[in-house]
Design a binder for this molecule. Structure first.
Ligand SMILES: Cc1ncc(COP(=O)(O)O)c(C=O)c1O
Length: 405
């Protein structure tokens, strides 16, 4: 992997000036390069003003910068019309937006939504809330214990009653990359809408909404080098135009009288109040950064790290890896070490400067299926190194020995 200069990349991330830090929790949130931090800080230092409101120069500049970030997001996922890109607080808010603005208005008792047992809680709970209120039925595509979706009965699960199919693209627990195109094609046959949770796939794979032809898609800026507090909701313009607003307030209206209000055009109809301007600009800078390095290079490097990590972890006695046996996978490895509770293990790793996640990873149905309460999760991104994987393995072996003595 000599084209990929990981040390040069690391020098862009101020947090890695702490040489003892081994950060293996990018699936939770990524670290930020100085280009992103500077973009946010420059905005506040030099161009801060509210958007869409002022006719003075500074406000117009802020509006332009905010719009330019939206255009970068549109280009990044190959969206032809920037009006399809709604800025939200993150994937969670984007999913709730569809639950409120589309599902609650359009679905009735007996209609069905299909998700999978592999979902993050943010793609389960909003639909459960809709189901409680409207009597819709929530169905699940089952998972196999090897971390893949069981698509054998897709024809029976997607029926004329199915109105929405909402699926995670890449699992935040197993790293499995799901065959979403196949699922989308099935959904289309019955006229169901499709929603893709791309929170984990977007940071290191080309996601092309025109190619996928999904109706909705969501992701979070903070998992792709951007700031927290900014997320993306993509919807086809014809659908967004028919949907009711999510939240009411400033900017999302066309006119307000004491008795009635009318709505602004998309995307503004879905962006009530002062948006997260600096965060959107930071996300734009993150996209520039990723484009500069090249998404394919990032993908290949992360895959390379994943393969090395899998090979080395598999040699550790008593270590069980969940998933990564069949099909495509990337960037995330969940595992447990015999006789060591995941929380204890995470603490021992932390003593060696290694940051991993321990818990249910907001995916309790997966834990139930695996018959465990929690796992350790190591996740990789463009700034991780092979040496860090060696240190992870050494620390794991040391901890295993300590507990077995
Ligand atoms: C697959 C997946 N979906 C949704 C989310 C929720 O993202 P956020 O907390 O940024 O809204 C996460 C976060 O871990 C995730 O991994």
């Amino acid at each position: 992997m000599n084209k990929f200069d990981v040390q040069k990349i690391r020098s862009d991330f101020p947090i890695f000036s702490d040489k003892s830090l081994i950060y293996l929790d990018s699936a939770a949130t990524t670290q930020k390069p100085k280009q992103v931090i500077d973009a946010v800080s420059n905005f506040y230092s030099n161009s801060n003003a509210n958007v869409h409101r002022g006719i003075y120069d500074l406000s117009m500049k802020a509006t332009e910068a905010y719009h330019s970030a939206r255009q970068k997001v549109a280009d990044f996922i190959n969206v032809p019309d920037w009006r399809s890109i709604i800025f939200t607080g993150g994937t969670t808010e984007s999913i709730n937006l569809v639950a409120y603005s589309w599902a609650r208005k359009n679905l009735k008792n007996g209609d069905e939504i299909l998700i999978t047992e592999m979902e993050h809680h943010s793609n389960i709970v909003p639909w459960q809330l809709v189901a409680e209120e409207s009597g819709i039925i929530l169905n699940y595509i089952p998972i196999n214990t090897n971390g893949t979706l069981d698509l054998n009965n897709l024809d029976k699960l997607i029926t004329n009653k199915t109105k929405l199919v909402s699926v995670i693209h890449q699992s935040n627990v197993f790293g499995t990359i799901n065959p979403i195109k196949e699922i989308i094609d099935h959904a289309k046959k019955v006229g169901a809408l499709t929603f893709i949770d791309a929170a984990q796939s977007i940071p290191h794979s080309h996601v092309d909404v025109q190619d996928l032809d999904c109706d909705f898609l969501a992701f979070s800026g903070h998992k792709m080098l951007g700031p927290t507090g900014i997320g993306v909701f993509y919807g086809k313009t014809e659908l967004l135009n028919t949907m009711a607003p999510f939240m009411g307030g400033g900017d999302m209206i066309n006119s307000v009288t004491m008795t009635k209000s009318t709505w602004n055009d998309i995307p503004y109809k879905f962006e009530a109040g002062t948006p997260n301007i600096a965060q959107a600009i930071g996300l734009g800078a993150a996209i520039d950064y990723i484009n500069e390095i090249g998404l394919t290079n990032i993908h290949d490097y992360v895959k390379h790290l994943l393969n090395i990590a899998l090979e080395k972890l598999r040699t550790i006695d008593g270590l069980t890896i969940y998933g990564h046996q069949v099909g495509e996978s990337s960037s995330v490895i969940s595992f447990n070490l015999e006789e060591v509770h995941p929380h204890d293990l995470a603490q021992f790793l932390d003593q060696d400067g290694i940051a991993v996640r321990a818990g249910h990873h907001c995916a309790q149905p997966i834990m139930d299926k695996l018959g465990v309460s929690s796992t350790i999760r190591a996740s990789f991104y463009l700034y991780n190194t092979e040496e860090e994987i060696d240190k992870l393995c050494a620390s794991l072996k040391k901890t295993a020995n300590f507990f077995r003595e």
